[in-house]
Write a protein that binds this ligand. Structure first.
Ligand code: DC
Length: 198
C-alpha cells in the first residue's frame, strides 16, 4: 500500500534531516528531489535533454552538494520542460508500495497534491544560513557566512518567483518552523504528524 509524505521548504530548513529520520522511523523509501535538479544543473549542456535522459549514475556524482551545484539546480529548475521531464519518476516513487517520503519545493503542491501528509519546513534566513555554513565548512569549503546567506536568499528568491511550480506551502500543509528547534524536537514533531495520519 502506498503512503506519501511530502516535505517542502526553502534551502537548509532541515528538510533532508527530517525526511531521512521519518523514512527510517516508518520504513519508507526516501527521495531527495533536489538531487535530481542538482544532477541536471551539474551536467551542463541543454538542461531539457539532460533531464529527459537522467540516469542513476548522474545522481552519484560527488560534487552535487556544493553551493555551485545548488545555484545551477535552482536555475535549471525554473525551466518548465525540465520540471516536466522529472514528474513521472517522482510520482512513481511517491506511490511505491510501502510508503515514501519526498522532499523538495513542489511536492505537496504539484508532484503529490494527494499526499497523506504534507509538511512545510522553514526557519529564519539567519538560522538556515548558519546551518548551511556549518555543513559547507564540514565538507571543506571555505566560504563566509555572509556569502552563504546571500546565496541562499538569491536561490530562495528565484525558487519562489518562478512561474512553474514555485516554492510555497500547499494550502493543506502543516508549517514546521525549526528556527528554535533542535534536530530531535523537529524530527519528533514530524513523526507525530505522520503517526496521526497512519
Ligand atoms: O533541496 P536542494 O537545495 O538540493 O535543491 C536545489 C534546487 O533545486 C533548489 O534551489 C530548487 C530546485 N528544486 C526544485 O525546484 N524543486 C524540487 N522539488 C527540489 C529542488
Amino acid at each position: 500500500m502506498s503512503f506519501t509524505v511530502a516535505i517542502d521548504g526553502p534551502a537548509a530548513a532541515g528538510k533532508g534531516t527530517i525526511s531521512r529520520a521519518v523514512a527510517a522511523r516508518f520504513g519508507f523509501a526516501h527521495l531527495d528531489t533536489g538531487l535530481l535538479y542538482r544532477a541536471v544543473g551539474a551536467k551542463g549542456g541543454d538542461p531539457v535533454a539532460v533531464a529527459r535522459g537522467l540516469s542513476a549514475a548522474d545522481l552519484e556524482r560527488d560534487d552535487l552538494r556544493s553551493a555551485e551545484a545548488g545555484q545551477a539546480a535552482s536555475r535549471v529548475a525554473a525551466v518548465p520542460e525540465v520540471r516536466k521531464a522529472l514528474v513521472a519518476f517522482q510520482q512513481a516513487f511517491a506511490r511505491r508500495d510501502g510508503g515514501a517520503v519526498l522532499d523538495g519545493r513542489d511536492i505537496g503542491t504539484v508532484i503529490c497534491p494527494e499526499a497523506e501528509v504534507k509538511i512545510y519546513v522553514t526557519a529564519t534566513d539567519a538560522v538556515r544560513a548558519h546551518r548551511r555554513w556549518l555543513e559547507l565548512r564540514e565538507a571543506g569549503e571555505t566560504v563566509s557566512e555572509a556569502e552563504v546567506l546571500a546565496q541562499l536568499q538569491e536561490r530562495d528568491e528565484r525558487d519562489r518567483a518562478r512561474t512553474s511550480a514555485p516554492l510555497k506551502p500547499a494550502a493543506d500543509a502543516v508549517v514546521l518552523d525549526t528556527s528554535s528547534l533542535g534536530i530531535d524536537e523537529a524530527v519528533a514533531r514530524a513523526i507525530d504528524l505522520v503517526s496521526a495520519r497512519r
